[in-house]
Design a binder for this molecule. Sequence first.
Ligand SMILES: [Zn+2]
Length: 169
Amino acid sequence: MDFAQHTIDIASRNVTEGGRPFATVIVKDGEIVAESPNLVAQTHDPTAHAEILAIRQACTKLGTEHLTGATIYVLAQPCPMCLGSLYYCSPDEVVFLTTRDAYEPHYVDDRKYFELNTFYDEFAKPWNERRLPMRYEPRDAAVDVYQLWQERNGGERRVAGAPTTTRPA
Ligand SMILES: [Zn+2]
């Protein structure tokens, strides 16, 4: 099966149904484990990007938060939100089928605090220089929650079973 073409077909069908032009297909061991178009227009959920929805489906289905061994096909270079979710689920590979430069003449999704072409630069700034207003309100009791987590996690700071670069999986 041509997984890239399948990704394009899902996105194209979504557009004809009033949705946005994005789709994600997650493949493991040669089989599709999850697929989704972008459903922001249909659900009014600004986080309903195709990557997020497909990752949720795949992880729920496979009973794991780690998509090691998976290849994730996305129609376009992912936004920072989805890039973050792709890092979190640790797939073997992400395949994108178009760049932002290529689709920008036809589609933009600028918001109050970012433009797509400056979004990554915005994320790279220190928190107090970003356009999104943020306020640090320090509370010692907030750190206590993490101490409680560590105590209940056998004194270990790390989440068990996560594939990391600092120790064997
Ligand atoms: Zn996204």
